[in-house]
Write a protein that binds this ligand. Structure first.
Ligand code: 8YV
Length: 326
């Protein structure tokens, strides 16, 4: 096989693009804007290998028009909710992702939000920058204490566990809800308490961290009903996918004081932000930057390259994604 035609939908770190150009017949999207549907369609029709990111919706409609040469979708990212895995399988297209290398960065960002929201960091910065700070006061900018509180982690995979390790160092007790209970060894290491009932866990926690993938089963897992189970002095942080939380319901509860605050790195309709959230002071909003480190992005690119090379050499790529995983 000669060099395969690889179409990359977004700009990647220089070092990764250079390597990809050496190894493959590589076409880059020099715009670095999310591809239009028309451009994406053209890409799936011509590419042998497609490297999309979270901003490309590779749904059944797009895949049904893929050309016969398209054999591999080597996604640059861990979440695969933007790819219709079933249709890809039906059309004999292998899908890979980049798990593991962004675990610690995303956990760092989660921990940053878990600290920043109850301690009102973003609000404090706004006060200073606006020039409205009149000096220290005994009752100024009071937030909630973090140490000694209960953290409930929804989704105890790699990232959830990495969050738990950090949170223990900040004196939080660890609770979790997951499709399956994790091994006794992991539970012991993290001193983590398993809650089979998400409802019961939500009602008892001071803080919730969303670390599960977005799948049909987790869409609006935190529905209006479930969010209402949380205590009014509780906080919620999401570095996973916006679709896991009913954003309208969240905004309502934050506005009415039925929830104390939220730290959101991901949104239901990115890059659009729910205007109700923008009006609230008790929400810290970030532009999906949980894994945005230079080192992490290079490591992700290296994973993409290994997946492509292994596939081209006729072997199963190390990060092959199967529907059963989600
Ligand atoms: C990535 C992410 O940067 O990997 C994921 O699932 O959410 C992000 O942190 C993004 O997906 C890149 O495509």
């Amino acid at each position: 096989m000669g060099k395969p035609l690889v179409i990359v939908t977004r700009r990647l770190p220089d070092v990764i693009e250079t390597r990809m150009m050496e190894l493959f017949d590589c076409r880059l999207n020099l715009d670095d804007q999310p591809m239009s549907q028309a451009a994406l369609l053209e890409a799936v029709k011509t590419a042998e290998i497609l490297v999309p990111t979270v901003t490309d919706r590779i749904d059944a409609a797009i895949l049904s028009q893929a050309g016969p040469k398209l054999r591999l979708i080597a996604s640059f990212g861990t979440g695969v909710d933007h790819i219709d895995l079933k249709t890809a399988r039906q059309r004999g297209i292998t899908v890979t992702n980049t798990p593991g290398v962004l675990t610690e960065d995303t956990a760092d960002m989660t921990m940053a939000l878990l600290l920043a929201v109850p301690r009102r960091l973003a609000e404090g910065e706004r006060v200073v920058r606006s020039g409205s700070w009149n000096g220290w006061s005994p009752t100024g900018m009071l937030g909630h204490r973090i140490w000694g509180k209960r953290l409930g982690i929804i989704g105890m995979g790699r990232i959830g566990q990495a969050v738990a390790r950090r949170a223990r160092g900040f004196g939080l007790s660890i609770h979790y809800h997951n499709r399956r209970r994790v091994s006794e060894e992991v539970e012991r290491e993290l001193e983590a308490t398993y809650w089979e009932s998400l409802d019961q866990m939500l009602a008892r926690m001071d803080m919730i961290s969303v670390n599960c993938p977005h799948t049909p089963a987790t869409f609006h897992l935190l529905s209006a009903r479930r969010l209402k189970l949380m205590r009014p002095d509780a906080y919620i942080v999401n570095t996973s996918r916006g679709e896991v939380i009913d954003e309208n319901a969240l905004a309502r509860l934050l506005a009415s004081g039925e929830l104390a605050g939220a730290g959101l790195d991901v949104f239901e309709h990115e890059p659009a932000i729910n205007p109700k959230l923008l009006k609230l002071d008790n929400v810290l909003l970030l532009p999906h930057m949980g894994s945005a480190t230079i080192e992490g992005r290079i490591a992700m690119g290296e994973k993409v390259i290994i997946n492509i090379k292994t596939f081209v050499d006729g072997h199963t790529p190390p990060d092959r994604v199967l529907e059963a995983m989600f």
